[in-house]
Design a protein around this ligand. Sequence first.
Ligand code: CTP
Length: 221
Amino acid sequence: MSAPASGPVAARHVVITAGPTREHVDPVRFLSNESSGRMGFAIARAAARRGDRVTLIAGPVHQETPAGVDRVDVVSARDMLAAVRSAFRDADVLIMAAAVGDWRPARKLAGKWRKKDDGSDTASLELVKNPDILATVARDKGHRLAIGFALETGDGLRRARAKMKRKGVDYVVLNDASALNSEQATVTILGRDGSERRIDARSKDEIAEVLVGLELPTPSQ
Ligand code: CTP
């Protein structure tokens, strides 16, 4: 049977990442960060509420899966890249709220890293760069919407704009450092079209509502 000529507008498929990534040094130790995942989970909740189909790709966090959301748990940045690539294939929007670790140990030890009794008080860990998930996926996004986050100190606006260009995304949400692991946040949403919208000390749920309402900016002049 053919589809009806008119009817409800098809729901968007929105891919959202949240939380930290974890890079193992050995089976019991890892490099990670303080991200709670609250922002990404709030965005997933807001998107599901507006009727979007939501795939939430989460690093290791203690957050309840929002109702109606498809959750994929990952550990490392490379796991997250694979999950995002696969989910974004048929998606319309990517929102990268995850705090992806930029580096991983060059080698993961199969057994526990033991201190050696050779009299040495120092040790070093060789690190290699992780793939930039947002930049990699945004490269082939076409006219689909891609939104990134930035946490900057100093000249944040200028750096965030440069990041938006470098990663080829439509919006960058510039976060105040106080947002990390907190209920509230102050953000500035920078658009590829030159737009700038500041949202002061609001709950992550309120900010999430704004983010899921963003549309593809018109091309910059
Ligand atoms: N990001 C990503 N893959 C990475 C690192 C970051 O997809 N390996 C995404 C984050 O999810 C976020 C945005 O890119 O949406 C900005 O991340 P940030 O770490 O601030 O950017 P970097 O380019 O790593 O810049 P910096 O040198 O400031 O750390």
